[in-house]
Write a protein that binds this ligand. Structure first.
Ligand code: PMP
Ligand code: GLN
Length: 387
């Protein structure tokens, strides 16, 4: 028998699936894979259910339902003051995952370079490499997650085709500063490159801060693709509805890739996402406030146990240095042990690195009900005191 290819098939199963399976096997509370435990806003689900019954269930237009594309444009205007033409500058995808793949496969040629920030979300490098391109990694280091401006500048070269930026950043919880965004924009323009911006956590920014899309910076409008996800914005991660916003000339090659990846996305879910993007401001502020409360609850509990917790300005995730409780094994040892012995799942940080991960760092998700976070903290405290 021949084997699968040496590209995507050579990667192991993604850590999110591995840890969720272990969590199920051991009856553990799953603070590993990032998904909220609720069922999203009732009205958004009701629109999806009604649309499934009452509206066509055949292929919608390749770029997405006009009502969702218009809703994405209106949302960009409302939250960021961006003028977007929903007709020519928005494309709906099957989740941000597909949006990322369409951007990378539509823009990168073999031999091109893509600048990425490490730790890396799991799909980035596999797709960059599947496109035949080379990932140039810039590290952000705990506990402050700062960028070394010289290291960043050194990652750009005449072969740089694009930079892939994730802010708010999974897994670190970092929100890139306006200074960092300006520096990135300058490098992108100086190298005549593109920016692909994974902004799935755009509404999960805490402590009164605001999300600033790179596409809004001077010189970036024509060379940036901005990606959002209904999964994150409406706490419905199983839906896999994403959207890309880019100037027409940049969107065209991305749409060419999308037509061969999924072509379209279920129309009832698109209709519901369109409804959701039009929800009143208090929905969006409430989403961030609820998530911030989860962050604070989990942080306080972990710190009570003795864990050192890194700063977190956004996303679903807190980072813990497990050496702070005297754990001397690897991050993977820690996650394997707590899922079995404590009944709590987490994600080892090394999964987000190609090499030299920071020692003993793990990611805990706080996008969970208070009672579940409390139970996880109790279980971890009991495990720590048994050790
Ligand atoms: N990018 C990042 C940084 C994510 O954390 C996730 C998943 N949560 C995605 C992309 C994928 O989003 P989607 O579920 O919409 O495909
Ligand atoms: N984005 C989610 C996380 O970081 C996982 C998504 C997935 O499992 N592919 O936990």
């Amino acid at each position: 028998m021949k084997h699968g290819n040496s590209g995507l098939s050579a990667y192991g199963t993604t850590i999110f699936e591995v840890m969720s399976r272990l969590a199920r096997e051991h009856g553990a509370i799953n603070l590993g894979q990032g998904f909220p435990d609720g069922n999203g806003p009732d009205d958004v689900r009701a629109v999806a259910a009604r649309a499934l019954e009452d509206r066509p269930n055949q292929y919608p237009p390749m770029l997405g339902l006009p009502e969702l594309r218009q809703a994405v444009a209106a949302h960009a205007r409302r939250f960021y003051g961006l003028e977007v033409d929903g007709e020519r500058e928005v494309m709906v995808t099957s989740g941000a995952t597909e949006a990322l793949a369409a951007c990378l496969l539509g823009l990168l040629d073999p031999g091109d370079e893509a600048v990425l920030f490490e730790p890396l979300y799991d799909s980035y490098l596999p797709i960059v490499e599947r496109a035949g391109a080379i990932g140039r990694r810039v590290r952000v280091e705990p506990p402050g997650w700062r960028i070394d401006p010289d290291a960043m500048a050194a990652a750009f070269s005449p072969r740089t085709k694009l930079v892939l930026l994730n802010t708010p950043m999974n897994p670190t919880g970092k929100v890139f500063t306006q200074g960092e965004l300006a520096a990135i924009a300058e490098l992108v323009a100086a190298h005549d490159a593109f920016a692909v911006c994974d902004e799935v956590y755009e509404h999960l920014v805490f402590d009164g801060a605001r999300h600033h899309p790179l596409i809004g910076l001077p010189g970036m409008r024509e060379r940036t693709a901005r990606i959002g996800s209904a999964g994150k914005t409406f706490s419905l991660t199983g839906w896999k509805v994403g959207y890309v916003t880019a100037a027409p000339d940049m969107l065209a090659p991305i749409a060419r890739a999308h037509q061969f990846l999924t072509f379209t996305t279920p129309p009832n879910l698109q209709a519901a996402a369109a409804h959701g993007l039009g929800k009143a401001d208090d929905y969006f502020t409430g989403l961030a406030a609820g998530m911030q409360a989860g962050r604070d609850r989990l942080r306080a509990g972990l710190e009570r146990i003795g864990f050192a917790v890194a700063p977190c300005q956004g996303t679903y995730f807190l980072t813990v240095d497990v050496r702070s409780i005297g754990f001397t094994g690897s991050d993977l040892d820690f996650c394997t042990e707590i899922v079995r012995e404590a009944g709590v799942a987490a994600i080892p940080f090394s999964a987000f690195y190609v090499e030299r991960p920071p020692e003993g760092h793990v990611r805990f998700a706080f996008c969970k009900p208070a009672a579940m976070l409390d139970e996880a903290i109790e279980r971890l405290a009991a495990w720590v005191s048994r050790r």
